[in-house]
Each structure stands twice: as structure tokens, then as C-alpha cells.
Design a protein around this ligand. Structure first.
Ligand SMILES: [Zn+2]
Length: 160
């Protein structure tokens, strides 16, 4: 029996794998209401009865006050791009790169919502990033046939 100290180092084993499976996801009451709003072309947030922040996407409880959220509030369609990334590599299930993904705080909301930012001129990525760093105003744009999915809408930089 070989002693571990005498063991000859081996190359770490690398095995390619692939996951591709169907599943069902129980969204819960808050997310279900949020997605039902999307189907109607509305973005809904849940207001905390304690701090009165409007949480978007909706949560069932306030992460600051630890109380159940209360009334629903429609937010947007305008907002401010708070943070972004420009994706330049191909990822399974995402649009062809380059793609902008951004966090937007919509009018009437106190938290930011993540989605694609479309219509940005990406021929010069440095110039595009410099423009987006100025936290431009953006607007929500819904698809013609919303289905109650996060992909029902994206953001566009205002004026584009
Ligand atoms: Zn609160």
C-alpha cells in the first residue's frame, strides 16, 4: 500500500458535462402577482408598511424591517440605469453578444430590477460603457404579446 507522501502527483481529472433538464418552479404569491402584472404590461412592486419602500421585483417581506409587504404599487415606466455589464461572450440561452444587462431603479421603486438594456450602440464598447456610466434615464418597453415572464420587457435608454 502506497503511503500518501510517496504518491506520484497526477494531473487533475477534467470531465466535460452538460445539464439540460425541464423543471417546474413554484413562484410563490409575491412573484406570481409580479408576473401576472407583466402579462398586463405593468411592473408591480410591493410596499413595506414599515419603511414604505417599494420593493421591485416584489418580495413577500421587507428585507430591512422583516415584516410582510403590503400594498401593490405600479412603478415605471421610466427609471435610472444604476449599474450594468456588457456581455461579450456567447452564453447558452442568451441573445447574441454583445448584450447589455442593467440594474434599473424605476420611478416609484426603491430597489433595482435587472433586465436587458437594448438599443445601445455597441460598435465601440468603450464609448458605450462611458455613456452608460453616466446613469442615463431609461424606459421600460414591453413586447407586443406579454406572457407573464421577465422576458416580456427590456429597458431602452431614453431618447433612443
Ligand atoms: Zn421595510
Amino acid at each position: 500500500v502506497a503511503n500518501a507522501a510517496d504518491a506520484v502527483p497526477v494531473e487533475p481529472l477534467v470531465i466535460d458535462g452538460h445539464w439540460d433538464f425541464h423543471y417546474r418552479y413554484f413562484a410563490g404569491e409575491a412573484a406570481s402577482t409580479f408576473f401576472a402584472g407583466l402579462r398586463e404590461g405593468r411592473i408591480l412592486g410591493a410596499e413595506c408598511p414599515g419603511c414604505h419602500r417599494v420593493l421591485v421585483p416584489a418580495r413577500s417581506f421587507c428585507d430591512a424591517c422583516f415584516v410582510d409587504t403590503g400594498d401593490w404599487r405600479e412603478v415605471g415606466p421610466g427609471g435610472i440605469l444604476e449599474a450594468f455589464t456588457i456581455l461579450t461572450s456567447k452564453h447558452y440561452g442568451l441573445p447574441e453578444p454583445p448584450v447589455v444587462i442593467g440594474y434599473v431603479t424605476l420611478e416609484g421603486a426603491n430597489t433595482a430590477l435587472l433586465n436587458f438594456v437594448r438599443g445601445v450602440d455597441l460598435t465601440d464598447l468603450e464609448a458605450a460603457a462611458a455613456g452608460l456610466l453616466r446613469r442615463p434615464p431609461v424606459a421600460v418597453r414591453f413586447s407586443d404579446a406579454p406572457k407573464g415572464r421577465i422576458t416580456d420587457f427590456h429597458f431602452v435608454v431614453a431618447g433612443s
